[in-house]
Design a protein around this ligand. Structure first.
Ligand code: DLL
Length: 437
């Protein structure tokens, strides 16, 4: 018999009213500031900024607190941000470091429990039950994608399979043998699994028992999600997070799939203009800034995530009153400035993934040619469309160039390549190669 979400005590926080959420935030913010003051870094910097935790009882007061950046975390490595004695720490994760030196984040036992409950709420919200068989196809280890969904799945009572990333033959074998119904996977890896299935005559909708995929850790567009859902016969729910904020589960999609609900009783969110650092109103795109509200070991105040999103105004059709963010468009440091135009790889992906002629992988290369920036998009063709007919290929190439030009306001070079010929990686996909001088 399946248990429903109401039977999990921690699920009640999902059902708070707007007033209750805001009251809880106002109650927790001064406590979090006081906790942060136990860390040497914040003791020094908050004192210098004249911050008194007792006055931090409103969203507006938050604006007085200085931002914390990834550079600050690096400068404070390894212990400056730790707010509890080392003996109280039970786990450490290390951020992937794709944009520079990695940083450590520490957790007490209570931090781990709260993190698990946050993620479990997101899983329950889309209908995961203790009857589900959950196969975690994300890397285990310092990366938070593995353990970050493992414990929540166990908390719900799922049969939990720590498959880890890669080895697609074995993944499919396990899905089949043990009847996995829910998976957690990187979007780029999901498309490789889909390709493996089609190459081996497996129709996931018919031959596998999958129904839900939690997909995150890297940006992907709506058309890419539609492809993934179709190819694997699942409903795919976006899951966002970052190591600095525990990991996955900061925000997750509900069944309405109209944005990702923040777990606002644990994270306070702001959107700022990354240039002026001023807060932006709901609905405007900018950098997501997060403050932890319950973390003991590593409280972070106004942490600049570097991720571009917006707070979605208005209530969600699902009824939850936790606010939503739009899917992440990219990182501030992913933004390419080409001939004076700002370009996010996701803008390119949205166009490509909506075209059935295009396969699942693409690579943007930036070079300097005659002292000018040149952007080349190498695009895999889909297997159905792959042809020797040069005229047809040239027609398609021109069509893609035109669509990209309309979006980007300059004309990139487009190269069509064979299906599955671009390099793939076990971890997060690399979409941009910057060879600019
Ligand atoms: O990627 C945590 C995670 C694991 C999230 C599994 C979701 C699922 P990091 O390795 O520290 O942590 O990388 C964090 O990845 O700042 C975003 O730029 C990006 N990212 C994470 N989730 C999404 C998403 C994990 N759903 C960085 N959409 C973040 C877009 C995402 N980007």
């Amino acid at each position: 018999m399946s248990r429903n979400s109401q039977q999990y005590e921690f699920y009640q926080f999902e059902e708070l009213t707007r007033d209750e959420i805001e009251a809880l935030q106002a109650y927790r913010l001064p406590k979090t500031v006081a906790q942060a003051l136990r860390a040497p870094w914040y003791a020094e910097h908050l004192d210098a900024a004249g911050i008194d935790p007792d006055t931090m009882t409103s969203y507006e007061a938050l604006g007085d607190i200085p931002f914390t950046t990834k550079e600050d975390l690096r400068a404070g490595m390894p212990w400056e941000f730790l707010a509890v004695p080392k003996t109280e720490v039970v786990r450490m994760h290390y951020s992937s470091g794709t944009t520079g030196l990695a940083t450590a984040i520490y957790h007490t036992a209570a931090d781990i429990r709260r993190w698990s409950e946050c993620v479990a709420r997101g899983m329950l919200q889309v209908g995961v039950t203790s009857d589900d068989v959950f196969q975690n196809m994300m890397g285990y280890g310092l990366f938070t994608g593995g353990l970050g969904l493992h414990y929540p799945a166990e908390l719900i009572g799922c049969l939990t399979i720590p498959a880890g990333a890669g080895n697609t033959t074995r993944q499919i074998e396990i899905i089949r043998n043990f009847g996995a119904t829910v998976i957690h996977i990187l979007p780029s890896y999901a498309m490789r699994v889909a390709h493996y299935c089609s190459k081996n005559g497996i129709d996931p909708a018919r031959d596998l028992s999958l129904r839900i995929a939690f997909v995150g850790a890297e940006p992907y567009s709506r058309p890419a999600r539609a492809r993934l859902e179709q190819a694997l016969g699942v409903k795919a729910y976006n899951c966002y997070g970052l190591s600095e904020m525990c990991g996955p589960g900061v925000a997750m999609e509900c069944t309405a799939q109209e944005g990702l609900h923040l777990r606002e009783d644990h994270y306070l969110a702001e959107i700022i203009d990354p240039d002026t650092l001023q807060p932006l109103p709901d609905g405007e795109e900018g950098e997501l800034v997060l403050t932890t509200l319950t973390r003991e070991a590593n409280p972070l105040l106004r942490y600049r995530t570097g991720d571009i999103s917006r707070l979605l105004p208005g209530p969600c059709p699902c009824g939850s009153q936790h606010r939503r963010i739009a899917p992440i468009l990219g990182r501030t440091d992913d933004m390419l400035i080409i001939r004076g135009t700002n370009v996010y790889p996701m803008q390119v992906e949205r166009i490509l993934m909506a075209m059935p002629e295009v396969g699942s992988n693409y690579l943007i290369t930036i070079e300097t040619v005659d002292e000018m920036d040149q952007m080349t998009v190498s695009i895999e063709l889909s297997e159905e469309y792959f042809t020797d007919d040069v005229r047809r290929l040239e027609g398609l190439r021109q069509r893609i160039c035109n669509k990209l030009q309309q979006q980007l306001l300059f004309r990139p070079e487009v190269k069509l390549v064979e299906p599955h010929s671009l390099a793939t990686s076990e971890g997060k996909a690399k979409r941009v190669q910057n060879n600019r001088q």
